[in-house]
Ligand binder design. Structure first.
Ligand code: RM4
Ligand code: MN
Ligand code: MN
Length: 397
């Protein structure tokens, strides 16, 4: 491997931070049912503990995203407990995710519900999340809205745009100066006719309307088949509107598969857009890289380690692209050489460099193996054996 490549890969690995999702350590399933894992976390303490394992083994995950309803059921009151856990486990709370999709009230929507009292209820929850974020020292408030409708003609799509603009402006006005509001989009599910924030254009316009501290969140699983995600990323970068990512992979819809398990080249191309933008503009981008995966079949902690290692490998490959050379080849429209320069980096085996980097940082060269050797899984499997009573719930039961 050439020295330049080794240098850029090390620098990239030093930079890359990936946020873990608290819900990725818990029992989850599909809408058809849950398969319980004895080792899954059922308390916020266990989620912090599991996340700290992933961070200790990879050195790349200092924060844990929290879902307010699942992790802080008493809201702000629970903040002090979270602070203590963060201190104890050496992982800080990360993005704060409101939940305005689960309660019965939200059957016809949250911020876009035709009923003003339900819109107010949802807004109050998001406001509470801003306060929780402040109490915990978290920068990002990251709501996902399930709002939409199932049948043509049953809702005013246009009116609901107005409701969203109004609501997000109000939330934005409550943000502290260092906080950000990230607007996530998703084309469908649970709404199957129209979703109020369905794509990056809608999220972009809503974030713009909300105010300058609002940005777009790209969940890699929230696109139609064959959509060019790196092009979306390039547009968001160009407009200074890229706030962060929810990493996962998908084959069909929002499948929550492990990052890069279906299409690693796509992740490489997304990273390339970011790294090439940074190289060309000389600006270090402040993008929140977060995982949003719920593995119901794989072991939770193993799957997270696998994901972080995959992100590191693909980020390192993208960093290895010779930007200057590629720029010249693009300029002269040397198509084959440009493509070879680009995909050459994708095919580089960066794993030996990453292993060296890990060794230098005092991290295990093979985090997955180190986890398996640690005995942690056996210990929690014993300890958590009896904590899953009542955790199964069937679909349509
Ligand atoms: C959605 C979306 C959100 C996540 C919920 C549970 O599909 O990806 O980010 O919080 O699922
Ligand atoms: Mn998501
Ligand atoms: Mn999703």
């Amino acid at each position: 491997m050439r020295t330049r490549q080794v240098e850029v890969v090390w620098k990239a690995l030093d930079e890359l931070r990936v946020e873990l999702p608290s819900w990725g350590f818990a029992n989850t399933g599909t809408r058809f049912g849950k398969f319980i894992q004895v080792a899954a976390a059922t308390t916020i303490e266990e989620k912090f503990s599991d996340a700290s394992q992933v961070n200790a083994l990879t050195g790349a995950c200092p924060t844990l995203a929290l879902h307010v309803q699942w992790d802080l059921p008493k809201g702000l009151e629970d903040a002090s407990k979270v602070k203590e856990l963060a201190k104890k486990h050496g992982v800080k709370p990360g993005s704060i995710n409101p939940n305005v999709f689960q309660d019965q009230e939200y059957k016809y929507g949250s911020l876009a519900n035709p009923d003003v009292s339900i819109r107010r209820r949802a807004l109050k929850h998001v406001h509470d999340c801003v306060a929780i974020a402040e109490a915990l020292g978290c920068r990002d408030i990251s709501p996902w809205f399930a709002d939409g409708s199932n049948y043509p003609g049953t809702q005013s799509i246009r009116k609901r745009i107005g409701y969203f603009e109004e609501g997000l402006k109000e939330v934005h006005a409550a943000l502290r100066p260092d906080q950000r509001l990230l607007v996530e989009y998703k084309p469908f599910e649970p709404a199957f006719y129209h979703t109020d924030v369905a794509d990056w254009g809608m999220a972009f316009l809503l974030a713009k309307a909300a105010g300058p501290q609002s940005f777009v969140l790209v969940d890699t699983g929230h696109h139609y088949q064959s959509q060019n995600i790196e092009q979306i990323v390039a547009w968001l970068l160009h407009h200074g509107m890229l706030g962060g990512f929810h990493f996962n992979d998908r084959r069909y819809a929002d499948d929550d598969l492990t990052l890069g398990s279906i299409d690693p080249y796509q992740v490489f191309r997304i990273f390339h857009e970011i790294l090439t933008f940074q190289a060309e503009t000389g600006t270090a981008m402040d993008i929140a890289f977060m995982i949003d995966q719920s593995h119901n079949l794989k072991g939770k902690i193993e799957a997270m380690i696998q994901t972080v290692c995959t992100a590191q490998e693909l980020y390192a490959k993208a960093a290895a692209v010779d930007h200057e050379r590629l720029q010249g080849l693009q300029q002269s429209c040397s198509l084959v050489d440009a493509e070879e320069c680009f995909r050459g980096a994708f095919w580089l085996d960066v794993r030996p460099i990453i292993a060296e980097w890990r060794k230098f940082k005092g991290l295990p060269e093979d985090p997955l193996k180190a986890f398996r050797d640690s005995g942690y899984l056996e210990r929690i499997t014993q300890e958590r054996r009896d904590s899953h009573a009542g955790a199964t719930s069937g679909y349509a039961q």
